[in-house]
Design a binder for this molecule. Sequence first.
Ligand SMILES: Nc1ncnc2c1ncn2[C@@H]1O[C@H](COP(=O)(O)OP(=O)(O)OP(=O)(O)O)[C@@H](O)[C@H]1O
Ligand SMILES: [Mg+2]
Length: 332
Amino acid sequence: MPRPLFRAKVEDLTTANEAMKRCLRLAALAAKSEVPVVLLGETGTGKTLLAHAIHNSSARANKPFIAFNASAMSDTLLESQLFGHERGAFTGAQQTVKGKFELSNDGTLLLDEISEMSPLAQVKILHVLEYGEFERLGSEQMLTCNTRIICATNCSLRERVREGKFREDLYHRLNGLTLLIPPLRERIEELPALIAAELKASAFNEGKTITAIHPEAMDKLLAYPWPGNLRELSHTVRTMTLFCEGRVILPEHVIFPPDLKSSSPPPAPVTETSPWPNGQADGVRDLSLAGAVARHVRFVYDQAGRNQRRTARLLGISRATLARHLRGKVQK
Ligand SMILES: Nc1ncnc2c1ncn2[C@@H]1O[C@H](COP(=O)(O)OP(=O)(O)OP(=O)(O)O)[C@@H](O)[C@H]1O
Ligand SMILES: [Mg+2]
């Protein structure tokens, strides 16, 4: 049996995507040092998984890994969660409880959604980072801690500093190495392997034998923008496994949430192939040939129901070339 994902080390994580390779190379460096790390990525891109992997590959691997989300929490609760409390410290505190800093001593503490932390939480965390000590609520005894901090955020901390929502001093304390985790829609090279691995696991769990994915079902999966990233991919594959009654995943088994904008609407018949549907160039400022090509590609893509295989066939180009056009990577 493969190792459960939360036990994975950085070197267990593989990718076919260049930006993700860079991210994993930095993660491997981060694991070998004690430098503070900020993991920046959209929801579901694998920030928690990567924080875990950095811990698992580090010298702290045999010590605790604690994840803590400090957003949307009252100040008293937050303090007691971070630093713990003594019995009787406040109404309802019936026993002494250790906080996250104490629990993660010698190990790693993941501060999740760090950009959403209240000003008080920011002051308290800065104090521990500067002095390496804290007190439980209701106690005067100073406790020291040797915790490695990793932060996760889905928005730029520098931007939050600029907006006056995040302390600059804390930002400089936390921001040793920023690892940018690209969204899944920019890692399409990874999709086939990720889908295959998820499908294998979910078919095993459902006791089904699934041997293939129909090419049109695969096209649907490849064309979808995955707003929920790897988490959504995992749920989608689980659902298609449930719907599949034979050995092959068919297009109708691939279902995306109706409330999120799917990039696979029913394909419309391709009636026009002009970038200017009425044959008019009025209002189009970029009259270069490259600009016209870019508009034409977009136009055919939309007309083809955003199905990349169909678009590439209609345009008479390869899928890889189409992908470059869609990413705007074609030289102008
Ligand atoms: N490289 C990967 N291979 C397979 N599954 C992955 C990978 N990265 C993440 N996942 C899975 O995707 C899901 C989301 O990952 P994770 O919780 O780490 O994302 P996140 O960025 O922390 O999300 P959030 O912003 O909501 O906290 C998890 O089930 C995780 O196991
Ligand atoms: Mg997370």
